[in-house]
Design a protein around this ligand. Structure first.
Ligand SMILES: Nc1nc2c(ncn2[C@@H]2O[C@H](COP(=O)(O)OP(=O)(O)OP(=O)(O)O)[C@@H](O)[C@H]2O)c(=O)[nH]1
Ligand SMILES: [Mg+2]
Length: 341
């Protein structure tokens, strides 16, 4: 299975496509991914180890081999275990209700309940716009935002690696000009991938670096321009205004851009990631979420309230620090990886 998969929901219209809007075929699997021997399912399953351990073990503990009567006690215990993954009370309640509706008063076996929970999670995660937006006339401009240390630069590296491995040309923009180390970090990624990068002097106006990045991408005919930004809190109004300025100058150079504003959330932050998403999605005009560091978190359930409370689709999940440790978010694989296997 491809690392990067056009989802069924994305095959109906150009704006909903995966990487390549010209085709509804899944993107070609990069050789590197094959070499790693991992399909998307095993990748996600591996990345969700910590959450799986909490959720799977906890739910299995509820059962004896002969099955268990589904009564209010059972449903209460199930609920308590579900929310330990940071999925929040809303989604956990819906799962409890569905299990109660199907099995109340009956003795059930673990597999039946796991199946019902998986289906309920799948349906809660379903989304229409999972793929990366691609502009009809290149370059597609992607701005990457989020709080400090959420995984922005690393996610750009991984995304760029994948795009490049699939034959797309790209220009990176080191829009985090606050720290020399940030420019260095992105420069190392560009070197590894073998793509162009635009950097400004230390302390340069990030908006001017963003402008030059788009300019360069247009000049060289690149397919993508991907712009890094410094970490910030949604409460820092001056820094949020700076994002607004970045957006404006990009739009000036290439009207209609940025085509994507990806908000990178740190999955280890669990429910805190939700409040970050709230502030950012309004202030920065975000179009999608990258949920980074799922591998380091037992709070992978947080993707449910993210889907519940935001109109924003989850586009990618980060599953490690390596170049290939990212996957397109697919609700079905994700739900299966949480509970099955
Ligand atoms: N395990 C794991 N670590 C990750 C992942 N994504 C990023 N990291 C690590 O998290 C740390 C912060 O990542 P960065 O990409 O530098 O985060 P950032 O948002 O660019 O940080 P600032 O620019 O300082 O705001 C680094 O040590 C990364 O290697 C992931 O998916 N899994
Ligand atoms: Mg960074």
């Amino acid at each position: 299975m491809a690392f990067w998969r056009s989802k069924k929901t994305n095959e109906s219209g150009p704006e909903n496509e995966g990487l390549d809007p010209a085709t509804s075929e899944p993107a070609a699997e990069p050789a590197t991914d094959k070499a790693a021997g991992g399909g998307i399912f095993s990748k996600i399953t591996g990345g969700l180890q910590k959450t799986r351990r909490v959720l799977g073990t906890d739910i299995r503990d509820l059962f004896k081999s002969e099955g268990r009567l589904v009564d209010e006690d059972f449903l209460g215990e199930l609920f308590a275990r579900l929310i330990r993954t940071d999925m929040g009370t809303g989604p956990a309640n819906k799962i409890r209700e569905e299990v109660g509706r199907q099995y109340r008063g009956r003795v059930v076996h673990l597999d039946e309940v796991i199946q019902t929970i998986t289906e309920e999670i799948r349906s809660q995660l379903r989304q229409d716009h999972g793929g990366l937006t691609k502009s009809d006339s290149p370059p597609t401009v992607i701005l990457v935002v989020g709080v400090n240390g959420s995984g922005k630069t690393t996610s750009i590296g991984k995304l760029s690696h994948h795009l490049h491995a699939n034959g797309h040309s790209l220009v990176l923009g080191a829009g985090d000009t606050f720290r020399a180390a940030a420019v260095e970090q992105l420069t190392i990624w560009a070197g590894r991938i073998g793509c162009e990068i635009v950097t400004g002097k230390s302390g340069a106006d990030p908006a001017s670096v963003a402008y030059q990045t788009v300019d360069k991408a247009i000049e060289v005919g690149a397919d993508y321009a991907i712009i890094d930004t410094a970490g910030r809190l949604q409460t820092q109004s001056n820094l949020m205004q700076e994002l607004e300025k970045i957006r404006k100058v990009i739009d000036k150079r290439l009207p209609g851009s940025p085509h994507e504003v990806l908000l990178v959330l740190d999955a280890t932050a669990g429910q805190n990631a939700i409040s970050q998403a709230k502030g950012f999605s309004a202030a920065a005009g975000c179009t999608g979420i990258v949920l980074a560091k799922l591998d380091g978190s037992a709070k992978g359930g947080v993707v449910l309230p993210i889907r519940e409370q935001f109109q924003l689709p989850v586009k990618f999940v980060g599953l490690g620090e390596g170049m290939q440790d990212m996957a397109a978010f697919d609700p079905d694989s994700f739900a299966d990886a949480l509970l099955k296997g």
